[in-house]
Design a protein around this ligand. Structure first.
Ligand code: ATP
Ligand code: MG
Length: 435
Protein backbone atom coordinates (compact mmCIF):
# COMPACT_ATOMS: atom_id res chain seq x y z
CA UNK A 1 0.00 0.00 0.00
CA UNK A 2 1.39 3.40 -0.94
CA UNK A 3 1.26 5.81 1.96
CA UNK A 4 1.78 9.51 1.64
CA UNK A 5 4.02 10.19 4.62
CA UNK A 6 7.04 8.06 5.36
CA UNK A 7 9.44 7.91 8.30
CA UNK A 8 12.35 10.36 8.57
CA UNK A 9 15.66 9.28 7.05
CA UNK A 10 17.92 7.72 9.67
CA UNK A 11 15.08 6.67 11.98
CA UNK A 12 13.85 3.15 12.65
CA UNK A 13 10.56 1.59 13.65
CA UNK A 14 10.67 -1.35 16.01
CA UNK A 15 7.81 -3.57 14.95
CA UNK A 16 5.69 -5.74 17.30
CA UNK A 17 7.43 -8.91 16.08
CA UNK A 18 10.82 -7.51 17.14
CA UNK A 19 10.17 -5.33 20.17
CA UNK A 20 10.45 -8.16 22.70
CA UNK A 21 14.15 -8.38 21.76
CA UNK A 22 14.66 -4.73 22.66
CA UNK A 23 12.76 -5.27 25.87
CA UNK A 24 14.89 -8.27 26.78
CA UNK A 25 18.09 -6.27 26.22
CA UNK A 26 16.73 -3.32 28.20
CA UNK A 27 15.65 -5.53 31.10
CA UNK A 28 18.98 -7.35 31.17
CA UNK A 29 20.91 -4.08 31.15
CA UNK A 30 18.75 -2.59 33.92
CA UNK A 31 19.13 -5.66 36.10
CA UNK A 32 22.94 -5.47 35.82
CA UNK A 33 22.59 -1.75 36.68
CA UNK A 34 20.71 -2.68 39.82
CA UNK A 35 23.47 -5.08 40.87
CA UNK A 36 25.98 -2.25 40.52
CA UNK A 37 23.76 0.19 42.44
CA UNK A 38 22.90 2.47 39.52
CA UNK A 39 19.39 4.01 39.66
CA UNK A 40 17.41 5.20 36.68
CA UNK A 41 17.15 8.91 35.88
CA UNK A 42 14.80 10.30 33.22
CA UNK A 43 15.43 13.70 31.69
CA UNK A 44 13.68 15.62 28.89
CA UNK A 45 14.35 14.90 25.24
CA UNK A 46 15.26 18.56 24.65
CA UNK A 47 17.40 21.00 26.59
CA UNK A 48 18.69 24.54 26.12
CA UNK A 49 21.22 24.43 23.28
CA UNK A 50 23.75 26.09 25.55
CA UNK A 51 23.86 23.02 27.79
CA UNK A 52 25.32 20.90 24.99
CA UNK A 53 27.57 23.67 23.69
CA UNK A 54 29.11 24.04 27.13
CA UNK A 55 29.33 20.38 28.06
CA UNK A 56 29.89 18.43 24.85
CA UNK A 57 32.11 21.26 23.57
CA UNK A 58 31.96 23.86 20.81
CA UNK A 59 34.61 22.24 18.65
CA UNK A 60 33.26 18.69 18.63
CA UNK A 61 31.61 17.03 15.62
CA UNK A 62 28.44 16.70 17.66
CA UNK A 63 28.09 20.43 18.36
CA UNK A 64 29.59 21.69 15.11
CA UNK A 65 27.65 19.51 12.71
CA UNK A 66 25.26 17.03 14.23
CA UNK A 67 22.79 18.70 16.57
CA UNK A 68 19.08 19.05 15.91
CA UNK A 69 18.72 22.65 17.03
CA UNK A 70 15.65 24.81 16.57
CA UNK A 71 13.94 27.90 17.89
CA UNK A 72 10.69 27.24 19.72
CA UNK A 73 7.71 29.57 19.43
CA UNK A 74 9.11 31.68 22.27
CA UNK A 75 12.36 32.20 20.34
CA UNK A 76 14.47 29.95 22.63
CA UNK A 77 17.21 27.88 21.07
CA UNK A 78 16.54 24.26 22.00
CA UNK A 79 18.32 21.06 21.00
CA UNK A 80 17.21 17.43 20.91
CA UNK A 81 19.68 15.60 23.15
CA UNK A 82 22.60 14.20 21.12
CA UNK A 83 23.78 12.23 24.19
CA UNK A 84 22.68 11.62 27.75
CA UNK A 85 25.46 12.85 30.03
CA UNK A 86 24.74 16.57 29.72
CA UNK A 87 21.08 16.19 30.75
CA UNK A 88 21.93 13.83 33.61
CA UNK A 89 24.62 16.23 34.88
CA UNK A 90 22.24 19.20 34.63
CA UNK A 91 19.52 17.34 36.56
CA UNK A 92 22.05 16.20 39.16
CA UNK A 93 23.01 19.84 39.80
CA UNK A 94 19.57 21.37 39.43
CA UNK A 95 18.04 19.04 42.02
CA UNK A 96 20.97 19.26 44.43
CA UNK A 97 21.65 15.52 44.32
CA UNK A 98 25.19 16.33 45.46
CA UNK A 99 23.70 16.90 48.93
CA UNK A 100 22.94 13.17 49.14
CA UNK A 101 25.51 10.49 49.93
CA UNK A 102 28.18 10.32 47.26
CA UNK A 103 28.80 8.77 44.87
CA UNK A 104 25.51 9.20 43.08
CA UNK A 105 25.14 6.51 40.46
CA UNK A 106 22.51 7.07 37.78
CA UNK A 107 21.64 5.38 34.51
CA UNK A 108 19.21 5.80 31.65
CA UNK A 109 17.78 4.22 28.53
CA UNK A 110 17.17 7.03 26.16
CA UNK A 111 16.77 8.19 22.56
CA UNK A 112 19.45 10.48 21.07
CA UNK A 113 19.45 12.63 17.95
CA UNK A 114 22.36 13.44 15.66
CA UNK A 115 22.26 14.76 12.12
CA UNK A 116 24.69 12.27 10.59
CA UNK A 117 24.91 10.38 7.33
CA UNK A 118 22.70 7.35 7.95
CA UNK A 119 24.30 3.96 7.39
CA UNK A 120 24.48 0.59 9.16
CA UNK A 121 24.95 1.36 12.86
CA UNK A 122 24.71 5.12 12.31
CA UNK A 123 21.26 6.64 12.66
CA UNK A 124 19.75 10.05 13.22
CA UNK A 125 17.56 8.79 16.02
CA UNK A 126 19.33 6.11 18.03
CA UNK A 127 19.17 4.79 21.57
CA UNK A 128 21.69 4.61 24.33
CA UNK A 129 22.00 2.96 27.67
CA UNK A 130 24.11 5.36 29.69
CA UNK A 131 25.51 5.34 33.21
CA UNK A 132 27.04 8.17 35.21
CA UNK A 133 28.81 8.08 38.55
CA UNK A 134 29.07 11.49 40.22
CA UNK A 135 31.33 12.47 43.11
CA UNK A 136 34.36 10.22 43.14
CA UNK A 137 37.87 10.68 41.85
CA UNK A 138 39.13 7.27 42.89
CA UNK A 139 40.55 5.04 40.13
CA UNK A 140 38.49 2.25 41.73
CA UNK A 141 35.42 4.03 40.33
CA UNK A 142 36.92 3.96 36.82
CA UNK A 143 37.48 0.23 37.16
CA UNK A 144 33.99 -0.32 38.57
CA UNK A 145 32.33 1.60 35.74
CA UNK A 146 34.30 -0.33 33.12
CA UNK A 147 33.45 -3.55 34.94
CA UNK A 148 29.77 -2.54 34.85
CA UNK A 149 29.84 -2.20 31.03
CA UNK A 150 31.79 -5.44 30.82
CA UNK A 151 29.18 -7.30 32.90
CA UNK A 152 26.40 -6.02 30.64
CA UNK A 153 28.13 -7.60 27.65
CA UNK A 154 28.73 -10.79 29.62
CA UNK A 155 25.05 -10.97 30.67
CA UNK A 156 24.06 -10.69 27.00
CA UNK A 157 26.61 -13.40 26.13
CA UNK A 158 28.53 -11.14 23.75
CA UNK A 159 32.02 -12.43 23.23
CA UNK A 160 33.90 -10.62 20.47
CA UNK A 161 34.33 -7.21 22.10
CA UNK A 162 37.73 -5.70 22.76
CA UNK A 163 38.23 -3.11 25.45
CA UNK A 164 40.59 -0.24 24.65
CA UNK A 165 41.62 2.18 27.38
CA UNK A 166 43.63 5.35 27.42
CA UNK A 167 44.22 8.40 29.59
CA UNK A 168 43.90 11.84 28.10
CA UNK A 169 45.08 13.57 31.26
CA UNK A 170 43.86 16.73 32.94
CA UNK A 171 43.89 20.31 31.63
CA UNK A 172 47.37 20.74 33.15
CA UNK A 173 49.03 17.91 31.21
CA UNK A 174 47.04 18.81 28.16
CA UNK A 175 48.63 22.27 27.89
CA UNK A 176 51.94 20.75 26.84
CA UNK A 177 50.26 18.11 24.76
CA UNK A 178 48.22 20.66 22.83
CA UNK A 179 51.40 22.56 22.04
CA UNK A 180 53.12 19.40 20.75
CA UNK A 181 50.05 18.53 18.66
CA UNK A 182 49.87 22.01 17.17
CA UNK A 183 53.54 21.87 16.23
CA UNK A 184 53.00 18.49 14.61
CA UNK A 185 49.82 19.30 12.66
CA UNK A 186 51.14 22.72 11.57
CA UNK A 187 53.45 20.87 9.15
CA UNK A 188 50.39 19.39 7.40
CA UNK A 189 48.06 22.35 7.80
CA UNK A 190 47.09 22.69 4.14
CA UNK A 191 46.36 18.95 3.82
CA UNK A 192 43.89 18.87 6.73
CA UNK A 193 40.13 19.12 6.13
CA UNK A 194 38.58 22.56 6.51
CA UNK A 195 37.08 21.79 9.94
CA UNK A 196 40.38 20.52 11.29
CA UNK A 197 42.26 23.57 9.99
CA UNK A 198 39.98 25.61 12.24
CA UNK A 199 40.48 23.15 15.11
CA UNK A 200 44.24 23.47 14.89
CA UNK A 201 44.27 26.63 16.98
CA UNK A 202 41.25 26.05 19.19
CA UNK A 203 41.34 22.33 20.00
CA UNK A 204 44.00 20.28 18.16
CA UNK A 205 43.05 17.07 20.02
CA UNK A 206 39.81 17.00 18.03
CA UNK A 207 41.83 16.39 14.86
CA UNK A 208 42.71 12.96 16.29
CA UNK A 209 39.01 12.06 16.27
CA UNK A 210 38.34 13.31 12.70
CA UNK A 211 36.72 10.72 10.44
CA UNK A 212 38.32 12.00 7.17
CA UNK A 213 40.74 9.33 5.86
CA UNK A 214 43.36 11.91 4.93
CA UNK A 215 43.31 13.49 8.40
CA UNK A 216 43.33 10.08 10.11
CA UNK A 217 46.43 9.18 8.11
CA UNK A 218 48.21 12.35 9.18
CA UNK A 219 47.07 11.77 12.78
CA UNK A 220 48.82 8.40 12.84
CA UNK A 221 52.20 10.05 13.32
CA UNK A 222 51.01 12.57 15.93
CA UNK A 223 52.52 12.68 19.43
CA UNK A 224 50.63 10.50 21.95
CA UNK A 225 49.02 11.91 25.04
CA UNK A 226 50.38 9.22 27.38
CA UNK A 227 53.84 10.76 27.00
CA UNK A 228 52.52 14.04 28.40
CA UNK A 229 50.67 12.90 31.53
CA UNK A 230 51.45 14.66 34.82
CA UNK A 231 52.35 12.51 37.80
CA UNK A 232 48.85 12.46 39.26
CA UNK A 233 47.20 11.44 35.97
CA UNK A 234 49.86 8.88 35.33
CA UNK A 235 49.44 7.32 38.81
CA UNK A 236 45.68 7.34 38.33
CA UNK A 237 45.98 5.46 35.04
CA UNK A 238 48.36 2.91 36.56
CA UNK A 239 45.84 2.21 39.34
CA UNK A 240 42.96 1.84 36.87
CA UNK A 241 44.96 -0.74 34.92
CA UNK A 242 45.90 -2.54 38.14
CA UNK A 243 42.24 -2.79 39.22
CA UNK A 244 41.13 -3.96 35.77
CA UNK A 245 43.70 -6.73 35.93
CA UNK A 246 42.50 -7.59 39.43
CA UNK A 247 38.94 -7.90 38.12
CA UNK A 248 40.12 -10.13 35.29
CA UNK A 249 39.10 -7.68 32.59
CA UNK A 250 41.16 -7.91 29.40
CA UNK A 251 42.15 -4.56 27.93
CA UNK A 252 44.53 -2.99 25.46
CA UNK A 253 46.00 0.47 25.96
CA UNK A 254 45.32 2.50 22.83
CA UNK A 255 46.94 5.95 23.08
CA UNK A 256 44.95 7.08 20.05
CA UNK A 257 41.55 7.08 21.77
CA UNK A 258 40.48 10.64 22.56
CA UNK A 259 36.66 10.25 22.36
CA UNK A 260 34.37 12.56 20.46
CA UNK A 261 33.22 14.78 23.30
CA UNK A 262 35.23 17.54 24.93
CA UNK A 263 34.35 16.84 28.53
CA UNK A 264 36.59 13.83 29.05
CA UNK A 265 39.62 13.87 31.37
CA UNK A 266 41.97 11.10 32.48
CA UNK A 267 40.51 7.65 31.70
CA UNK A 268 38.73 7.11 28.39
CA UNK A 269 37.64 3.74 27.02
CA UNK A 270 35.81 2.02 24.19
CA UNK A 271 34.43 -1.45 23.64
CA UNK A 272 34.87 -2.27 19.97
CA UNK A 273 33.59 -5.17 17.89
CA UNK A 274 35.04 -6.44 14.65
CA UNK A 275 31.81 -8.23 13.61
CA UNK A 276 29.75 -5.22 12.56
CA UNK A 277 31.93 -3.28 10.14
CA UNK A 278 33.05 0.32 10.35
CA UNK A 279 30.64 1.34 13.11
CA UNK A 280 32.24 -1.09 15.55
CA UNK A 281 32.34 1.05 18.69
CA UNK A 282 29.48 -0.24 20.77
CA UNK A 283 30.34 1.56 23.99
CA UNK A 284 32.32 4.68 24.78
CA UNK A 285 33.02 6.30 28.09
CA UNK A 286 35.41 7.88 30.48
CA UNK A 287 36.01 10.35 33.25
CA UNK A 288 34.83 13.95 33.01
CA UNK A 289 36.13 15.67 36.11
CA UNK A 290 35.68 19.19 34.73
CA UNK A 291 32.14 18.97 33.35
CA UNK A 292 30.12 19.83 36.44
CA UNK A 293 32.28 22.87 37.13
CA UNK A 294 31.77 23.93 33.52
CA UNK A 295 28.03 23.86 34.29
CA UNK A 296 28.51 26.16 37.29
CA UNK A 297 28.94 23.84 40.25
CA UNK A 298 31.84 23.33 42.64
CA UNK A 299 34.41 20.70 41.64
CA UNK A 300 32.66 17.32 41.42
CA UNK A 301 34.61 14.59 39.65
CA UNK A 302 32.52 12.14 37.63
CA UNK A 303 32.61 9.45 35.00
CA UNK A 304 30.35 7.31 32.85
CA UNK A 305 29.75 5.48 29.61
CA UNK A 306 27.13 4.99 26.93
CA UNK A 307 26.25 1.92 24.90
CA UNK A 308 24.63 2.34 21.48
CA UNK A 309 21.68 -0.03 21.60
CA UNK A 310 21.18 -0.37 17.83
CA UNK A 311 24.84 -1.31 17.43
CA UNK A 312 24.48 -3.73 20.31
CA UNK A 313 21.53 -5.35 18.54
CA UNK A 314 23.47 -5.55 15.24
CA UNK A 315 26.32 -7.18 17.09
CA UNK A 316 24.05 -9.74 18.74
CA UNK A 317 22.55 -10.58 15.35
CA UNK A 318 26.01 -10.87 13.77
CA UNK A 319 27.04 -13.28 16.53
CA UNK A 320 23.80 -15.26 16.21
CA UNK A 321 23.01 -14.76 19.86
CA UNK A 322 19.57 -16.18 20.46
CA UNK A 323 17.17 -14.05 22.42
CA UNK A 324 14.36 -15.66 24.43
CA UNK A 325 11.14 -16.10 22.46
CA UNK A 326 8.32 -13.73 23.10
CA UNK A 327 5.78 -14.78 25.70
CA UNK A 328 2.79 -15.53 23.46
CA UNK A 329 -0.85 -16.23 24.16
CA UNK A 330 -1.52 -18.71 26.99
CA UNK A 331 -5.11 -19.48 26.02
CA UNK A 332 -7.43 -18.66 23.16
CA UNK A 333 -11.09 -18.76 24.13
CA UNK A 334 -13.22 -19.39 21.06
CA UNK A 335 -16.92 -18.52 21.09
CA UNK A 336 -19.62 -20.13 18.93
CA UNK A 337 -22.28 -17.47 19.40
CA UNK A 338 -23.11 -14.18 21.09
CA UNK A 339 -23.93 -15.77 24.47
CA UNK A 340 -20.70 -17.74 24.44
CA UNK A 341 -18.73 -14.61 23.51
CA UNK A 342 -20.05 -12.80 26.58
CA UNK A 343 -18.83 -15.70 28.74
CA UNK A 344 -15.54 -15.82 26.85
CA UNK A 345 -14.91 -12.12 27.41
CA UNK A 346 -15.41 -12.52 31.16
CA UNK A 347 -13.20 -15.60 31.37
CA UNK A 348 -10.48 -13.86 29.36
CA UNK A 349 -10.52 -11.00 31.84
CA UNK A 350 -10.24 -13.42 34.80
CA UNK A 351 -7.28 -15.19 33.17
CA UNK A 352 -5.56 -11.85 32.55
CA UNK A 353 -6.16 -11.09 36.22
CA UNK A 354 -3.98 -14.12 37.01
CA UNK A 355 -1.15 -12.50 35.03
CA UNK A 356 -1.62 -14.84 32.10
CA UNK A 357 -2.40 -13.92 28.54
CA UNK A 358 -5.81 -14.71 27.09
CA UNK A 359 -7.48 -13.76 23.84
CA UNK A 360 -10.96 -14.20 22.49
CA UNK A 361 -12.83 -13.34 19.31
CA UNK A 362 -13.12 -9.57 18.93
CA UNK A 363 -13.55 -9.77 15.16
CA UNK A 364 -16.72 -11.87 14.73
CA UNK A 365 -15.09 -14.80 12.94
CA UNK A 366 -16.45 -18.27 12.27
CA UNK A 367 -15.27 -21.00 14.66
CA UNK A 368 -12.95 -22.37 12.00
CA UNK A 369 -11.39 -18.97 11.41
CA UNK A 370 -11.04 -18.44 15.16
CA UNK A 371 -9.09 -21.67 15.53
CA UNK A 372 -6.89 -20.77 12.60
CA UNK A 373 -6.17 -17.45 14.29
CA UNK A 374 -5.38 -19.19 17.60
CA UNK A 375 -2.86 -21.30 15.72
CA UNK A 376 -1.33 -18.29 14.03
CA UNK A 377 -0.75 -16.40 17.26
CA UNK A 378 0.81 -19.49 18.80
CA UNK A 379 -1.75 -19.97 21.58
CA UNK A 380 -0.55 -22.66 24.02
CA UNK A 381 -4.09 -23.78 24.87
CA UNK A 382 -7.57 -23.24 23.49
CA UNK A 383 -11.13 -23.86 24.59
CA UNK A 384 -14.33 -23.58 22.63
CA UNK A 385 -17.46 -22.21 24.30
CA UNK A 386 -20.96 -22.90 22.92
CA UNK A 387 -24.41 -23.57 24.31
CA UNK A 388 -23.47 -27.09 25.54
CA UNK A 389 -20.41 -25.90 27.41
CA UNK A 390 -22.27 -23.04 29.05
CA UNK A 391 -25.15 -25.29 30.12
CA UNK A 392 -22.90 -28.04 31.50
CA UNK A 393 -20.40 -25.61 33.02
CA UNK A 394 -17.55 -27.63 31.52
CA UNK A 395 -15.37 -27.24 28.42
CA UNK A 396 -12.48 -29.07 26.79
CA UNK A 397 -9.11 -27.44 27.20
CA UNK A 398 -6.87 -28.36 24.31
CA UNK A 399 -3.08 -28.29 24.40
CA UNK A 400 -2.38 -26.81 20.98
CA UNK A 401 1.03 -28.45 20.72
CA UNK A 402 0.27 -32.01 21.75
CA UNK A 403 -3.41 -32.06 20.85
CA UNK A 404 -4.14 -33.44 24.35
CA UNK A 405 -7.54 -32.50 25.77
CA UNK A 406 -8.91 -32.32 29.30
CA UNK A 407 -12.26 -31.36 30.76
CA UNK A 408 -12.14 -28.16 32.82
CA UNK A 409 -14.76 -26.21 34.78
CA UNK A 410 -15.82 -22.90 33.25
CA UNK A 411 -16.67 -21.27 36.57
CA UNK A 412 -13.20 -21.78 38.09
CA UNK A 413 -11.40 -21.61 34.77
CA UNK A 414 -8.90 -18.88 35.61
CA UNK A 415 -7.65 -20.53 38.85
CA UNK A 416 -7.55 -24.04 37.38
CA UNK A 417 -5.83 -22.81 34.25
CA UNK A 418 -3.19 -21.03 36.31
CA UNK A 419 -2.40 -24.35 38.05
CA UNK A 420 -2.02 -26.04 34.67
CA UNK A 421 0.41 -23.37 33.45
CA UNK A 422 2.38 -23.62 36.72
CA UNK A 423 2.64 -27.40 36.31
CA UNK A 424 3.86 -26.92 32.73
CA UNK A 425 6.53 -24.53 33.96
CA UNK A 426 7.64 -26.95 36.69
CA UNK A 427 7.90 -29.74 34.12
CA UNK A 428 9.92 -27.48 31.85
CA UNK A 429 12.28 -26.53 34.69
CA UNK A 430 12.77 -30.18 35.68
CA UNK A 431 13.61 -31.03 32.07
CA UNK A 432 16.12 -28.18 31.96
CA UNK A 433 17.77 -29.27 35.21
CA UNK A 434 17.85 -32.87 34.00
CA UNK A 435 19.65 -31.92 30.78
P1 ATP B 1 31.29 7.34 16.46
O1 ATP B 1 32.76 7.53 16.60
O2 ATP B 1 30.90 5.98 15.96
O3 ATP B 1 30.62 8.46 15.74
P2 ATP B 1 30.78 8.63 18.94
O4 ATP B 1 32.12 8.78 19.53
O5 ATP B 1 30.16 9.79 18.25
O6 ATP B 1 30.73 7.35 17.96
P3 ATP B 1 29.50 8.55 21.53
O7 ATP B 1 29.13 9.96 21.50
O8 ATP B 1 30.59 8.13 22.42
O9 ATP B 1 29.79 8.04 20.04
O10 ATP B 1 28.21 7.67 21.83
C1 ATP B 1 28.28 6.43 22.53
C2 ATP B 1 27.77 5.29 21.68
O11 ATP B 1 26.54 5.62 21.05
C3 ATP B 1 28.68 4.93 20.52
O12 ATP B 1 29.72 4.10 20.93
C4 ATP B 1 27.73 4.21 19.58
O13 ATP B 1 27.55 2.87 19.98
C5 ATP B 1 26.44 4.97 19.79
N1 ATP B 1 26.23 5.96 18.70
C6 ATP B 1 26.80 7.17 18.57
N2 ATP B 1 26.33 7.81 17.48
C7 ATP B 1 25.44 6.96 16.91
C8 ATP B 1 24.58 7.03 15.76
N3 ATP B 1 24.54 8.09 15.00
N4 ATP B 1 23.79 5.96 15.48
C9 ATP B 1 23.79 4.86 16.28
N5 ATP B 1 24.56 4.74 17.37
C10 ATP B 1 25.37 5.76 17.69
MG1 MG C 1 29.96 10.34 16.25
Amino acid sequence: MAISVKSIKGTQDVLPSESHKNRFIEQTVMSVAENFGFKEIRTPVFEHTELFQRSVGDTTDVVEKEMYTFLDKGGRSLTLRPEGTAGAARAFLEHGLFNDAMPQKVCYLTSCYRYEKPQAGRLREFHQFGAECFGTQSPAADAEVISFANEIFAALEITDLKLYVNSIGCPECRKNYHKALKDYFKQYEDQLCETCQKRLERNPMRILDCKSPQDSKIAEGAPVVLDFLCEECSDHFEKVKEYLTLLNIDFTVDPKIVRGLDYYTKTVFEFVSTSIGAQGTVCGGGRYDGLLEELGSQHIPALGFAIGLERLMLLMQAQNIELPAENGCDVYIAAMDEEALKEAMQIALDVRGQCLSAQTDIVGRSLKAQMKYADKIGAKYSIVLGTNEIESGKAELKNMQTGEKMLISIDDFAEDFQQIILQDEMKHLEEMIGE
